[in-house]
Design a binder for this molecule. Structure first.
Ligand code: ZN
Length: 244
């Protein structure tokens, strides 16, 4: 049952998700890795949507140069740990959700066990190596996740259901292509918003996920593409010889 307050707060979602969907969101647990540009948008929308448990992991501190795109942080929180800063913004947005602060970087040693405590993971981290590590860890843990990348005004997003759809290594493992670097805020916002939508769809069982395909768009030209992806049978992470 939703409370009167929840009915009012989520009035505009209820006609789409139904009470059942809203309750599924409340039961949902999502881990967002990185409270940077992509994580900012994803975290704010997840909190606003009423995802019951949201964890944010980031070992970095808020710098002035982050504020151009990392909209969850504010000028009065310079120097603060990003996960803590993000948690404050989410709590202000929606006091009804539980927020877990992980004020450190995740690694291949810590992430598989951490990811297993959540239903869905969003990769809002920087750098292809880190993104491959997140993909490998989520595949090893068997936890669905959404991969995001931005560069300039371009962004790309895909979702992986481990063992059922291509992982990031299948898509980019060989050869590697960088998906990070200088970027403008709106591209991060788009990627983070798409990732939040993927999490909401996964938790409520609605719509079609970005599995087996990579969504890319360029805000400079406004061209978008849906690139089909296939599982690589030789993928060291999710292939026949890897962990299913
Ligand atoms: Zn793979």
């Amino acid at each position: 049952m939703l409370s009167e307050e929840e009915r009012e707060r989520y009035a505009r979602s209820l006609s789409i998700l139904g009470e059942e969907g809203q309750q599924a969101l409340r039961r949902g647990r999502v881990l967002v890795i990185g409270a940077g540009g992509v994580g900012s948008a994803a975290l704010l929308y997840l909190a606003a949507a009423g995802v019951g448990t949201i964890a944010v992991a980031d070992g970095d501190r808020v710098e002035r140069s982050n504020l151009q795109r990392q909209i969850i942080h504010t000028a009065d929180r310079l120097g603060e740990n990003k996960a803590r800063s993000a948690a404050r913004a989410m709590a202000a947005r929606n006091p009804g959700v539980q927020i877990r602060v992980i004020p450190e970087y995740v690694s291949s040693q810590t992430l598989p066990a951490l990811a297993r405590r959540y239903d869905f993971v969003i990769d809002g981290a920087d750098g292809l190596e880190t993104k491959l590590m997140i993909s490998d860890s989520c595949v090893a843990a068997g936890v669905p996740f959404c991969h995001c990348g931005t560069q300039g005004l371009r962004f790309q997003v895909m979702t992986c259901l481990p063992g059922r759809s291509p992982c990031v290594r299948c898509a980019f493992g060989h050869p590697a292509g960088s998906v990070s670097g200088s970027t403008l805020g709106p591209a991060c916002g788009c990627a983070g918003s798409v990732a939040a939508a993927e999490a909401i769809k996964y938790l409520t069982g609605r719509g079609e996920l970005l599995t087996g395909r990579l969504f890319t768009a360029d805000l400079m030209t406004m061209e978008s593409r849906m690139v089909p992806l296939r599982r690589d049978p030789g993928c060291p992470a999710c292939g026949a010889s890897g962990q299913q």
